[in-house]
Write a protein that binds this ligand. Structure first.
Ligand code: NAP
Length: 294
């Protein structure tokens, strides 16, 4: 079996995963611990943070810190710095996201602004701060979680998709800007992944994935969401080598994206949006575009 590279030697001792207490974020933290890094994990809920940190210490023998913080807090940088108490951040993953969905003009504008705060404003502030420190030290790693929902305009996810598109381009630009300063950066392009948040959303719409990742009798062509552990392992299999500007969480998503690139933009938006619209319309008791989802 291939030995995991020593990220502590490559980047420094401490990694921080923002949104690292369960689901994909926990799986990403565990890949970093497997590679020898101590972990700072952040989320809103302290209980889940404590449980995930205990698993990291027991399974990998690493040191951990937890920071309970809400990314919608405009003072988020001060909260994080106070929680860190001087611990440097040598590797940063911005994983958490807000996913308020629903038709753009039907939803209150506050929901769109909340998406922008958590998915655009907070990552800008935090990545900017910690990337400067890494550049000064001449080494570091930065991963920004984006979404296939940000690859083109998408029904019911106008502001969520736009915010994930922002994160996509942020990671790609930093890949270019920070490389000469010794800092690796990339965008993590994620499709359907069976996290607790994903499952919660499926329950709201009562889709076939509400109870299980692998329901029987799926229509032909329907894809099963991947496991968070598989997505995280796919990311780090790429990052162990030379970093590309973007990494797909699943090779299947990369193939789909390449196929879609042959279509016109109007065809891509219509194809993907029609599928989402149908699943919203099928939500129990839903008026078109109105369910207060996510
Ligand atoms: N799952 C999918 O199918 C999918 C598809 C495409 C893209 N993505 C992207 O993948 C990333 C992770 O996805 P996921 O939603 O499935 O989540 P996840 O990684 O399973 O969990 C979300 C993490 O973020 C924390 N969090 C959520 N909202 C927060 C807030 N406002 N402030 C601070 N922490 C917060 C959660 O803890 P608390 O709840 O305790 O705060 C948890 O630790 C996101 O960037 C998402 O856009 C996911």
């Amino acid at each position: 079996m291939r030995e995991n590279p020593d990220y502590a030697a490559r980047y420094g001792k401490w990694a921080m995963v923002i949104g690292g207490s369960y689901g994909l974020g926990e799986a990403l933290a565990r890949e970093l611990a497997r590679r020898g890094m101590n972990l700072v994990i952040t989320a809103r809920g302290q209980d889940k943070l404590d449980a995930a940190a205990a698993r990291l210490r027991a399974d990998f023998g690493v040191e951990t810190k937890t920071i309970a913080a809400d990314l919608s807090d405009p003072g988020i940088l001060d909260v994080m710095l106070s929680g860190l108490g001087g611990t440097p951040v040598d590797f940063l993953i911005y994983n958490a996201a807000l996913e308020h969905g629903g038709e753009f003009i039907v939803q209150d504008v506050e929901r769109h602004l909340a998406n922008i705060q958590v998915n655009c404003v907070a990552p800008t502030i935090l990545v900017h701060h910690f990337a400067r420190g890494m550049a000064e030290r001449g080494r570091g790693g930065i991963v920004i979680s984006s979404s296939l929902g940000g690859a083109q305009g998408l029904y019911a996810w106008a502001s969520y998709g736009a915010s994930k598109s922002y994160e996509n381009l942020l990671g790609q630009a930093l890949w270019y800007e920070l490389k000469p300063k010794g800092v690796d950066a990339t965008t993590f392009m994620i499709g359907s992944t069976y996290t607790p948040s994903f499952q919660r959303n499926q329950k709201l719409r009562q889709t076939p994935f509400a109870e299980t990742r692998t329901p029987e009798g799926l229509p032909e062509g329907a894809q099963v969401p991947q496991d968070p552990e598989e997505a995280a392992a796919n990311l780090f299999a790429r990052l162990d080598g030379e970093w590309p500007p973007m990494v797909y969480a699943n090779p299947r998503d990369e193939e789909n994206a390449n196929r879609m690139a042959a279509l016109s933009l109007a065809e891509r938006i219509t194809l993907t949006s029609d599928a989402v619209r149908k699943s919203f319309e099928a939500a129990p008791g839903a008026k078109r575009g109105e369910p207060q989802l996510m």
